[in-house]
Write a protein of this length. Structure first.
Length: 502
């Protein structure tokens, strides 16, 4: 960013917005720009007034209009840094202050001819339409690995704790995706509590920090590929991309893998597959809650998306998982009347990011209802592949039954699994799991252990989705034919469910 600012100031740009949650870091960058260009730096906030750090001068100036007009009094080759100024340009649902907007517009244009620069900083800056063409928006990226290594080394030296280079590298890797302040805090906490830079502790605390706003969550799945019954095509496809995130793949001529959209019937293991992808690809997984992207403040939803994608890129190579994407983006196909077009704008920004991203962020999205997805999401270039997850066939059902029996610490050899497989034709993986749980409740209540009869009784008392949603499933299958790649090697059928008397 420092280089971008210097080049643009030299080119005569006079207005900038720096979008960042790291105000101190942004101020350091602007100060470095001022020093390299020989400019005088001034800063203003509503609490501190107008400051000139080099001259140690302070002017009480609580009025933002006075702060903007103060640029006319500054000498040539000056930079005026206005902190949190977007709050004065218009509140949510209220029109912007026309006098202040006019003043900002006039002073920015005047600055162009007098060698002065106006810079606004804030976490989310949504300028009024009249000012958008006057300012260049720059987003400060999260600190890179080199910066984090420098922070770790400096903190260890300050604490007078001997830490080897490998430990410092591991700590920096664990802190990726955090701001400089967050990284400093967690590394300092590790030095205080562990007397070293403990990468595992930093990673655990990072998971809490990233999930604080509820938009992104660092998931630590315990599931492995052995926890999925079937879906061999999907598992094999993921395995072939395990080593495609490194320099060797780039040298071979391969691009970074983009990701996969997993479409299918509810309860067939789509979300589980996303979690298991973390163990197959050996990459951390971030879960994006698409519904929480949307905020009431104008521009905040777009800022939430930018922050989420920046975090994913900082942690990359990683997996970004969006569960049931059609629910979060359900308004993207409408006319925007209900939300002012916010969903469409956010969705458009997300599609652009998916198309243009160069960082190794592997996006896995799951969906139940393809009719809610806009066609531009489904075309090649957004995802590498579109998979359809159907009802499990006979072989897959057997694997699923055995997995869930063993998860309950029972010996599947003591049960008639073949009978379960035949009776559960048309069951999803979730329905098979629930049948085992229901049977265990009955056995526990009766003082017995899990038995073949108790499981059969649970199967008989289950009406599967393949019956209650038979038409929807058939419609989904027709859509997926020749449009999506089957996640399984076999094909299941929708049976006519028959209850068997207990």
């Amino acid at each position: 960013m420092q280089r971008e600012l210097i080049d643009r100031v030299r080119a005569g740009f006079s207005g900038f917005c720096i979008v960042t949650a790291e105000e101190t870091r942004a101020e350091r960058v602007v100060q470095a720009v001022a020093q390299e260009l020989g400019y005088q730096l001034y800063s203003w906030s509503i609490t501190d007034g107008l400051l000139c750090p080099s001259a140690s001068s302070v002017r009480d100036m609580p009025d933002p209009l006075d702060a903007v007009n103060a640029v006319t009094e500054l000498p040539e080759n000056s930079i005026l840094l206005l902190k949190d100024f977007q709050h004065f340009l218009g509140e949510t649902g209220q029109p912007p202050d026309p006098i202040l907007v006019r003043a900002v517009r006039d002073r920015t244009r005047d600055a162009r001819s007098t060698g002065k620069v106006i810079i606004l900083t804030g976490c989310a800056i949504e300028l009024p339409l009249d000012l958008r063409k006057e300012f260049t928006t720059l987003e400060m990226e999260l600190p890179d690995r080199q910066t984090l290594v420098a922070i770790a080394r400096q903190l260890a030296q300050s604490a007078e704790i001997e830490v080897d280079d490998a430990t410092i590298e591991s700590a920096a890797e664990s802190a990726r995706g955090l701001t400089t302040v967050e990284a400093e805090d967690l590394m300092a906490l590790s030095l205080v509590t562990c007397r070293t830079l403990d990468a595992s502790m930093i990673a655990r605390e990072k998971a809490k920090t990233i999930g604080h706003d509820g938009i992104l969550e660092l998931v630590e799945p315990s599931e492995t590929v052995d926890d999925i019954g079937g879906l061999e095509n999907l598992k094999a496809w993921l395995a072939k991309r395990r080593n495609a995130f490194g320099d060797a793949a780039r040298a071979f001529g391969l691009p970074n893998p983009k990701g996969a959209l997993i479409l299918g019937i509810p309860g067939t293991g789509k979300s589980l597959s996303a979690k298991v992808a973390s163990s197959i690809l050996r990459r951390p997984i971030l879960r994006l809650d698409a519904g929480r992207l949307f905020a009431g403040i104008v521009g905040q939803s777009e800022a939430n998306l930018r922050r989420a994608t920046q975090t994913a890129e900082a942690i990359a190579p990683c997996i970004l998982w969006i569960d049931e994407i059609e629910k979060g983006m359900s308004g993207s196909r409408g006319n925007g009347a209900n939300d002012g077009g916010t969903t469409a704008r956010v969705f458009g920004s997300f599609l652009s990011w998916m198309q243009e991203k160069t960082s190794p962020v592997f996006v896995i999205a799951t969906a139940n209802d393809v009719t809610q997805l806009p066609p531009e999401l489904l075309r090649k270039g957004r995802f590498d592949e579109l998979f359809f997850v159907d009802l499990p066939d006979e072989g897959e059902r057997e694997a699923i039954w055995r997995i869930h029996v063993r998860h309950r610490e029972r010996d599947d050899g003591n049960l008639d699994v073949n009978a379960f497989v035949k009776l559960s034709d048309g069951f999803t993986g979730s329905e098979i799991e629930q049948a085992v749980i229901d049977a265990m409740f009955d056995c526990f209540d009766n003082g017995d252990d899990l038995s073949t009869g108790s499981v059969i009784h649970a199967i008989q008392n289950t009406v599967p989705l393949s019956v209650t949603m038979a038409e929807d499933i058939e419609r989904l299958r027709k859509w997926a034919t020749n449009r999506a790649r089957p996640a399984s090697t076999g094909a299941a059928s929708v049976p006519q469910h028959r209850r068997i008397a207990a």
